[in-house]
Design a protein around this ligand. Structure first.
Ligand SMILES: Cc1ncc(COP(=O)(O)O)c(C=O)c1O
Length: 460
């Protein structure tokens, strides 16, 4: 850093940080070019996405690619496990190899996915209600248990006049809500790092999409100003609470202030922050004091709740409308009973002393892991329990994740189109249940991989 950093303006500091980051990225790509790779690593996800021939030849080409990676024993996706998402796990690779791993690949952040009381509650619900809801929630698929969960969530947030819409997937909450709430002619302004379910909701709505630079409130304002100058229309700003790709917190307090100034509505997806931060785990919006001002608050049950499904928390008249007009809710089966019973128990535990204890452990664990890696590999802007290790080009994904798995660590790989090209990363999801020894072991494996694949920062 130059000696005169202190007298730089905020904008200059940001510019400088961006310059340093892109220099690092360019250097990392150059370093990696020196590693020898098999031919199939040249292919990227988008190459098999399109096709216009009468026969769907892209399916054949994709199969060729999968077969080549299987033959080379580097296919690390859809690897079965025969246990719950525990902090350590056995995974079974296609070649029938059993590998013991530290599991930093699941977002079972508080360990409720296998908590004995949660499992007992799920079993009890299964006994009463059976396996499936066997109907759309608007028709005959709503059970007493669903109503109880809605009520408990409203009490959890403690805001009058609010309601809850339950969905059978978190993905559906975003895609269904956005496409029902926003109509053709409107504008949807999304953070560049927003999740695919938000992007797809925007596509389905037929509104004009806009993207602002990640967490850049000034850029958001510029876009909102441009839209407002073109006349009055409905505008929705979409952000996440904690970003699933970057592991940083949304500047939601300032974003709400700007959005409201331009008359825009705001959706916050707290998939990776609900139950994990804020008073009694009420999330980032509650922590930043803007919960009441959020028009559409999204949560998933697949992360800290340890189950599956999701919910919209919004003014009651809005959730009532969404219940009917979100197509993936209206035309799909209701949340399954056992999971609903389990989620009720997770919510009860998480909002009390058990949750406070687990959150405390989670935050300590996350900081420990970040400290093990910071300055040695690129962990981007992470400040939470999601720690991305950004290695860059897509072609390293398979050999690298194969090496890491075989060394005893399971991670969640993310690459284009989930993130930009040359921004591929292994995400490490820390949980409250990991021990320091497991996290230290995981960090050692990452640092060893960084040396082998030349993305350690000291290579630059
Ligand atoms: C930010 C975000 N929103 C929504 C979803 C979709 O949630 P679900 O997996 O529960 O469908 C995810 C999934 O990982 C996510 O990361």
């Amino acid at each position: 850093m130059p000696q005169d950093t202190k007298i730089l303006s905020v904008a200059d500091k940001r510019k400088l940080a961006q310059q340093l980051l892109s220099q690092r990225k360019a250097q990392a790509i150059k370093n990696m070019e020196e590693v020898e790779l098999p031919d199939y690593t040249r292919y990227t996800y988008d190459m098999f996405m399109f096709g216009s021939s009468p026969e769907p030849s892209e399916i054949e080409h994709f199969d060729d690619w999968v077969q080549a990676t299987l033959d080379d024993h580097t296919y690390t996706f859809e690897v079965p496990r025969l246990q719950a998402q525990l902090p350590e796990n056995d995974i079974y690779r296609a070649s029938n190899e059993k590998i013991h791993v530290v599991n930093l690949s699941s977002y079972n952040y508080l360990g409720y996915g296998y908590h004995p009381e949660v499992i007992a509650a799920a079993k009890a619900a299964l006994d009463v209600y059976g396996l499936g809801a066997a109907s759309s929630p608007v028709a005959s698929g709503t059970f007493g248990l669903h109503k109880e969960l809605e009520q408990r969530l409203v009490e959890f947030f403690g805001l009058p006049g609010r309601g809850v819409s339950l969905f059978s997937s978190g993905y559906g909450v975003n895609s269904g809500t956005i496409s029902a709430y926003m109509k053709q002619g409107g504008h949807i302004v999304m953070d560049r790092s927003a999740h695919m379910s938000i992007l797809e909701g925007a596509q389905l709505s037929k509104c004009t999409p806009h993207y602002f630079r990640h967490n850049d409130v000034d850029h958001l304002e510029e876009i909102l100003k441009g839209i407002s100058q073109a006349g009055e229309t409905r505008v929705l700003v979409c952000v996440e609470g904690v970003y699933s790709a970057d592991g940083d917190y949304s500047k939601v307090g300032r974003i709400v202030e700007v959005a409201k100034r331009y008359g825009a509505k705001i959706l916050v997806d707290e998939a990776h922050s609900m139950l994990l931060v804020g008073p009694h785990g009420r999330g980032v919006c509650a922590e930043q004091g803007v919960l009441e001002e959020i028009d559409l608050l999204v949560m998933t049950f697949s992360k800290a709740f340890g189950g599956v499904g999701g919910a919209l928390f919004a003014p009651r008249k809005t959730t009532q409308y969404i219940n009917w007009y979100a197509k993936c809710r209206m035309f799909s089966c209701a949340l399954d009973p056992a999971v609903t019973g389990g989620i009720l128990k997770s919510l009860e535990l998480a909002s009390g002393a058990d949750g406070d204890e687990r959150r405390q452990r989670l935050h300590v664990n996350a900081e420990f892991l970040r400290n093990q890696l910071r300055g040695q590999v690129n962990i981007g802007t992470s400040e939470s329990w999601i720690v991305p290790v950004i290695y860059g080009p897509e072609k390293y994904t398979l050999p690298l994740s194969d090496f890491v798995q075989r060394s005893g660590l399971d991670t969640s790989v993310m690459q284009f189109p989930a993130v930009g090209k040359n921004e591929s990363r292994m995400r490490l999801f820390v949980t409250s249940e990991h021990t320091t020894e497991q996290l230290r072991r995981a960090a050692e494996i990452i640092l060893c991989a960084a040396e082998k694949y030349k993305f350690a920062l000291n290579h630059q």
